[in-house]
Structures are given as structure tokens and as C-alpha cells.
Design a protein around this ligand. Structure first.
Ligand code: SF4
Length: 243
């Protein structure tokens, strides 16, 4: 029942997004050790034979050296998992250089000028546009058209985690989203329009802090399933049968 595996490679970041959920952003320069990654993946491999995706994120994972990213992806592949990375695309030249190491790359764009820069690696890029307060019908339709040749397109609709109020207030966007067929997965809902994947919260239920189906390894070497608590919690061994 594990959805995928997160590795928080560093809390260093070169951006300050309004929807960021990393409470430790830029509080430390620590970078994940390869030995800790191997130990973590070995413990998950004991639980499942599935070829799950291991997602490198942060902070901003492209701030790691090219050599370190190569070592990380080699380790992920040695354990029979798929390697992916989630980047804000600011270091797009580096993203292109490291693309051969990865099976897929998630790039969140906030500026459409970034799109042509990624065209050489479009076959493995899942290009994401944040559904935040800047989202409107014109931006959404432009995004759908400009990125239609990419491997995948995604639009997560962001919300206030306390009130569950959606950040996007554009009526035309919501009329369109309300016309789609939504399915539940965990505490979120998903819908497709062609190959574009939309995601939205379920008011009163969505939990952005604890994600029991997504094991997480942190730069300090501990693992858990939580975005705000990086103490060690070997919950997979304790409660795997209940996940
Ligand atoms: S790029 Fe990621 S880690 Fe950095 S501020 Fe944005 S959401 Fe947070």
C-alpha cells in the first residue's frame, strides 16, 4: 500500500513559494548521506517487491552536486526502484544535465518562459503548475496548450490547511474543474482532463502533515511519514499491516 517513497535530500532552497510545506527550509545545510539512503531503501525492499518511485525533493534537490545526484540515482536503481526528482526549475541547465540519471523529472513552473527551456527533456518531464492565488482561466488554458507535448502535465490546487479554503478564486477555473470526474485517493481527490492530472483537497479530511503511505527519509538520516517531525519513527515495521 506504499504510494511512493520521498527522500528529502536537503532543506536548502533557492526559492520561497507561498504554498511551501517545508517548515525546515533553509534552517540547515545538511545533505542526505548515501549510506542512509541505502539503509532506508533496503528496509523498504524487505516490505515490497514493487518497482516504486523514489522521489528526491527538498528544499531544492538540484542544489546537490551532479556527482551526488548520480550516486543517489545509482543507489535507487540498485534497489530496483524508479528515480524521480521534484525541482522548481530555477537551475534548468542543471536539470537538463542530470536528466539522464532519472526516469522522470517533476518541474514546477511559475513562469511560462521556463517551458521552452525544458523542451529537450520533455519526454521525461512532468510539468506542474501551482493552482494558487495566481491561477486563472487564461493561465490554465495557456499552460494546457504550451505543455501538451510533455510526458505529463499536473495541476495541484493549493489550499489553506487550516480552513481548507482554496487559494485559486477564479470562477471559470472552478466551473471547469467541477465539470470533471473526480476520484478519491487517500485524503485527496484526483481528476484527469486528457493527460492533465488535477488534484484538490477534501475539506475537513486532507492531511498535509502525516502521509503514512509515503515513507520519508530526511537529511538528518531519520525516517518517518511526516512533514513537520523529523524524529526517527520506524512506523513501517511497527504498523505496516495497518497502513
Ligand atoms: S521550491 Fe519547494 S522547498 Fe523551495 S520554497 Fe518552493 S515549495 Fe518550498
Amino acid at each position: 500500500m506504499i504510494d511512493h517513497i520521498d527522500i528529502v535530500t536537503t532543506h536548502q532552497c533557492n526559492q520561497s513559494c507561498n504554498y511551501c510545506i517545508d517548515p525546515f527550509r533553509n534552517t540547515s545545510k545538511k545533505i542526505i548521506d548515501i549510506e542512509k539512503v541505502a539503509e532506508f531503501l533496503a528496509s523498504i525492499r524487505e516490505k515490497t517487491e514493487e518497482k516504486l518511485t523514489v522521489l528526491l525533493l527538498g528544499g531544492e534537490p538540484t542544489l546537490l552536486s551532479k556527482q551526488k545526484l548520480k550516486q543517489l540515482t545509482n543507489t535507487i536503481h540498485e534497489y530496483g526502484f524508479r528515480a524521480s526528482i521534484s525541482t522548481n526549475g530555477q537551475l534548468w541547465r542543471k536539470a537538463i544535465k542530470i536528466a539522464p540519471f532519472f526516469d522522470t523529472i517533476q518541474v514546477t513552473i511559475d513562469d511560462f518562459d521556463q517551458i521552452p527551456l525544458l523542451y529537450d527533456i520533455k519526454d521525461k518531464v512532468n510539468v506542474k503548475m501551482p493552482g494558487d492565488e495566481y491561477m486563472n482561466w487564461q493561465r490554465l488554458t495557456e499552460f494546457m496548450e504550451e505543455t501538451k507535448d510533455f510526458y505529463r502535465q499536473s495541476v495541484p490546487m493549493y489550499f489553506n490547511p487550516q480552513t481548507f479554503e482554496e487559494l485559486c478564486e477564479d470562477r471559470y477555473v472552478w466551473d471547469f474543474l467541477d465539470s470533471l470526474s473526480w476520484k478519491r485517493d487517500g485524503s485527496y481527490k484526483y481528476a484527469f482532463y486528457g493527460k492533465i492530472r488535477f488534484k484538490k483537497c477534501i475539506p475537513g479530511e486532507t492531511n498535509i502533515i502525516d502521509e503514512p503511505k509515503i515513507p520519508k527519509l530526511y537529511p538528518n538520516g531519520n525516517y518517518n511519514c511526516n512533514w513537520q517531525d523529523e524524529t526517527m519513527n520506524n512506523y513501517l515495521n511497527l504498523s505496516y499491516q495497518n497502513i
